[in-house]
Design a protein around this ligand. Structure first.
Ligand SMILES: Cc1ncc(C[n+]2csc(CCOP(=O)(O)OP(=O)(O)O)c2C)c(N)n1
Ligand SMILES: [Mg+2]
Length: 518
């Protein structure tokens, strides 16, 4: 016999979950009695920070990360980023403390009410084990469900009095769940690709997640197919300096149809093509185009407005397609012209992003949450290497700054650069404390335009003259960083910007650049 705690920690170790992201309360403390020396506790000073750090870490390490929250209150704070983790398809095992079973009938202080229902629908599975001795098996199941494609968060509520109870040890298991895809359907796609006159690919985050970067390049080159990035994709899936790269689809129906017009076959890989941010009308797919979707998420496959779908791991499915018949001869699509260089006489977000591209270390990772600068980033900061770009798949802000820290904890050999809007940074500014405490050498670049510019863009579209609650004139990001132990520099000229970026990119501790833009 062993204790529930010992059995659980043995499983966590076997599953590679030795970094615990949390914010503790009374109901979780017994979990951490005799906390093993080779485990690491990463403290976030608010649970949304905790969740996003774990998300960044799990995505970068391609393994589920363990999150520990305090009862309903902590779970509530984490919920926005739990939604993002669900949309990101990030594997997480989220545990939360529950009050002692014997006092649950009296609705005790800080208990978790309807604990398993509260995080729904953003978890794939939720459980409060009926008996203390069932806790380790529930953790094991939560791990395997989180790691079963499509990856995502799971949730286990654990009563405080369970940890010291005796139970049998649970052996760690291995589970293999990558789906190679229906062979007959893949043969149909192969044949359609071989005889298409003008095929085009749309790549979503699942290509990056499934490690299919090389396979997409090979298939696109074989078919001379242009490659577009799916709307609001949260990971990079294709080198944005490749001659076949076509650009980024906008999250609007008419714009997507216009970008893809003239193609007779659209192969969508690893994420939805029909992802909309604004209402649109008319067809979802250009006239005369057949559409195939291949990706690991059956939900994306099921709500496809048109076309056919194969639920599959992108890498395995693409390997099958690469073994398919040779295509007919096709013209190479024309090269896209790069945007003209900016000289920095005006400090804009576009100039900032151009300079980040020029000065960033090789292999560095961009974690982005800068709403109105997306277009400028697409133009000026091309992502050219695999696994070097992450952003929120849900659109919820407050993810990027802490996610960058988690990414850096997993990718210690690579510089992580967090490109964050001034508004976005304030949803999770206390994440800087974790970076300082851990010494995680993230470069935080804050785009200070003094407002929620993205909402001004929308306001103009909606014909609104004034927008209440969208100005942020008084924030001092250097002071906010330094107060938490992160060194900072302000840059409001081109010369100061280059110097600050070089300083930050060379630093082996966390650093922040407040880039003041027009
Ligand atoms: C949690 C959350 N709250 C509100 C929003 C709505 N929202 C979208 S963009 C935006 C402004 C972001 O401001 P900032 O980070 O400064 O970027 P900018 O728009 O200035 O580029 C807001 C508030 C959101 N997406 N998520
Ligand atoms: Mg802003």
């Amino acid at each position: 016999m062993t204790t529930v705690r010992e059995a659980t920690f043995a499983l966590l170790e076997a599953y590679g979950m030795t970094t615990v992201f949390g914010n503790p309360g009374s109901t979780e403390l017994p979990m951490f009695r005799d906390f093993p020396d080779h485990f690491r506790y990463v403290l976030g000073l608010q649970e949304s920070v905790v969740l996003a750090m774990a998300d960044g870490y799990a995505q970068a390490s391609r393994n589920a990360a363990l999150v520990n929250l305090h009862s309903s209150a902590g779970t509530g704070h984490a919920l926005g980023n739990l939604f993002t983790a669900y949309k990101n398809q990030t594997p997480l095992v989220v545990t939360a403390g529950q009050q002692a079973r014997s006092i649950l009938p009296f609705e005790p202080f800080l208990f978790a009410q309807q604990a398993t229902e509260f995080p729904q629908p953003f978890v794939k599975w939720a459980c409060e084990p009926a008996r203390a001795e069932d806790v380790p098996a529930a953790i094991a199941r939560a791990y395997h469900v989180a790691m079963e494609p499509p990856w995502g968060p799971t949730f286990v509520s654990v009563p405080i009095d369970d940890w010291d109870r005796e139970c049998d040890p649970i052996p760690a298991r291995r589970m293999f769940a990558r789906n190679p895809g229906d062979p007959e359907a893949l043969a149909e796609v192969s044949a359609a690709l071989a005889k298409a006159a003008r095929p085009v690919f749309v790549v979503g985050a699942g290509v990056g997640r499934d490690g299919a970067w090389d396979q997409v390049i090979s298939l696109a080159e074989r078919h001379q197919a242009g490659v577009w990035v799916a709307p609001l994709s949260s990971q990079c899936s294709f080198p944005e300096n490749h001659p076949l790269f076509r650009g980024f689809l906008t999250a609007g129906r008419e714009a997507i149809v216009e970008s893809l017009a003239g193609h007779d076959l659209i192969l969508v890989l690893g994420g939805p093509m029909s992802l909309y941010h604004v209402e649109g009308f008319g067809p979802h797919v250009p006239e005369g185009a057949a559409l195939w979707f291949i990706g690991d998420n059956p939900v994306h496959a099921a709500w496809l407005p048109e076309g056919n779908a194969i639920v599959a791991n992108c890498r395995l499915a693409l390997e099958t397609l690469l073994a398919g018949p040779t295509p007919i001869h096709r013209e190479t699509p024309p090269l896209l012209a790069p945007p003209p260089r900016l000289d920095g006489s005006v400090m804009t977000d576009a100039y900032l992003l151009q300079q980040i591209a020029a000065l960033r270390p090789k292999g560095s990772i961009i974690v982005e949450e800068a709403a109105s600068s997306r277009g400028a980033m697409h133009d000026r900061l091309p992502i050219t290497e695999r696994d070097t770009f992450y952003t929120t798949a849900s659109g919820g802000l407050g993810y990027g700054l802490p996610a960058a820290i988690g990414t850096a904890l997993a990718r210690t050999a690579d510089k992580v650069i967090a490109v964050i809007g001034d508004g976005a940074s304030m949803y999770a500014i206390q994440g800087l404390n974790a970076a300082a405490q851990l010494g995680t050498p993230v470069s935080f670049v804050i785009i200070k335009n003094g407002r929620y510019e993205a909402l001004h863009n929308f306001g103009r579209k909606f014909g609104m003259q004034s927008l209440p609650g969208t100005q942020l004139p008084h924030l001092d990001f250097c002071a906010l960083a330094e107060a938490q132990g992160v060194a900072a520099r302000r840059a409001d000229t081109a010369a100061a910007l280059d110097e600050a970026l070089k300083w930050s990119f060379a630093a082996d501790v966390p650093s922040l650049v407040e880039a003041v833009v027009d």
